[in-house]
Design a binder for this molecule. Structure first.
Ligand code: PGA
Length: 248
């Protein structure tokens, strides 16, 4: 009932040459058994969208501004992402929360802007290592979920990504039990807040050092509906192996 999703976050990586990876991916996984989303840097969105236009691969942004337009030098609105060919946008990634001081309130405002522009928001939640070690993980995730997701969530406009900060780019992955505990918790909170219909059908992705060799195990965990992948999404071969693990 929840179609799996493999989402790639290229972060600040990639120039025109990198689009060849996208072509390989599109050729090799034309019939992927899961949804495939690639979020390249903003400079590549329109070219990426043109490349995959005839395929089922979706293109997303990595952030947007909360305002519709205006005097915000260097920022990009949700409508601009949409106009460039994006259907999704990642919001509240821990790198944005940490490096740009984004609060859950700001993420929530951005999600509203994304929805107004017709984009699906991939909203990221995640605890730091200190928070996990202090046994505060579920409090942190619960607070971020309550604060970052607007009330008008549906299973179509929202995807949640659980990304423990200490697992991002580190090669350090939580145990399957730790992943399962947080995903079950997010599912329960979504059901409580939005009702069983939305709560049971909204996808919850896991992110943080997902690689071809651990993907299958992670995807076996209940309530893991796919992955948000950083490093391993940059090479078509690696990301393709993750797509294959999800499609199995
Ligand atoms: P990683 O990044 O796969 O390189 O750990 C995940 C993410 O930040 O989305």
């Amino acid at each position: 009932m929840r179609r799996k999703m493999a989402a790639g976050n290229w972060k600040m990586n990639g120039t025109g040459d990198t689009l060849a990876e996208l072509t390989t991916l599109a050729n090799d996984h034309a019939q992927a058994g899961c949804d495939v989303l690639i979020c390249p840097p903003a400079t590549l969105i329109s070219r990426a969208a043109e490349r995959v236009g005839h395929t089922t691969i979706a293109i997303g942004g990595q952030d947007c501004h909360a305002a519709e337009k205006g005097a915000h030098t260097g920022d990009i609105s949700a409508a601009m992402l949409r106009d460039a060919g994006a259907s999704h946008v990642i919001l509240g990634h821990s790198e944005r929360r940490e490096n740009h001081g984004e609060s859950s309130e700001m993420v929530r405002a951005k999600a509203r802007a994304a929805w107004d522009a017709g984009l699906t928001a991939v909203i990221c939640l995640g605890e730091s290592l200190a928070e996990r070690e202090a046994a505060n993980t579920l409090d942190i995730i619960g607070g971020q979920l309550a604060g970052s997701i607007p009330d008008a969530a549906t299973a179509e406009n929202l995807i949640v990504a659980y990304e423990p900060i200490w697992a991002i780019g580190t090669g350090r992955v939580p145990t399957l039990d730790q992943i399962g505990e947080v995903h079950d918790f997010i599912r329960a909170r979504l059901e409580r807040r939005f009702g069983a219909g939305v709560g049971k059908t909204t996808r919850i992705l896991y992110g943080g050092s997902v690689k071809p060799d651990n993907a299958r195990d992670i995807f076996s965990v209940a309530n893991v509906d796919g992955a948000l992948v950083g490093g391993a999404s940059l090479k078509a071969a690696d990301f393709g192996a993750i797509i294959a693990a999800l499609s199995a």
